[in-house]
Design a protein. Sequence first.
Length: 245
Amino acid sequence: MIYCFTGTGNSLQIAEAISSRTGQSVIRIAENMLLPDSSEDVWIVSPVYFFNQPPLVRDFVDSLKPAGGRKVVFVFNYGSTPGRVCKKSVRELNKRGFTDVSAFGIRMPENYIMLFSVPPEDKCEKMKDSVDSIVDDIVSKVSETNYVNNKGLGLGSLLTFFGNTAYGMMSKTKKFCVEENCTGCGACAKLCPRHIIEMSEGKPVWTQTKCDHCNACINRCPVEAIQYGKSTKKKKRYVNDRVKL
């Protein structure tokens, strides 16, 4: 089974490419945390958040059991570098008794617009175009136990180590705000994987002080009415047009 966590569609494109080659179904982690049968192999397709697994993905991974010699394959997508999330993810499951774990990284268009800008359109298209060939390579290598494709900067280990601290400082909701062009459609509330956005008097309200910062609300608002302080004003939004979200 392929378990996917996606905010703007990058992970879903990769998951669907894996599905077309393996015949396995795609389940979105945010919608279904039901664990697979103990003997079933698991693919986990996820973005990298501050060089680590997103909290919701970590919750899912923590609930996995190594029974039945289960194979686990991580496929992470990242905007600049994965840090050492691939190596770390394999090592952590090995310590828990999993003997057949692999991890791969795929560079995809950056969409964390609170800090960065979306790449030019031609670069985005090139990265999306590369998914099929990279997935072909990944599928051919999953038979190799504990295979780690860990491309990244030499400072990857430090980035991953300090990433959790930086993420804790960034993943707050107080800067989310809504401009006057908000139509009150409620899409943001429906998209939130943590269900912490509620509609009040026709406008979204964030009910918790922190969230995963998956960027689904801000990038997929149909009228681009959601901002994160001043850092996202006039910035291009990103949604992967190769998939149906």
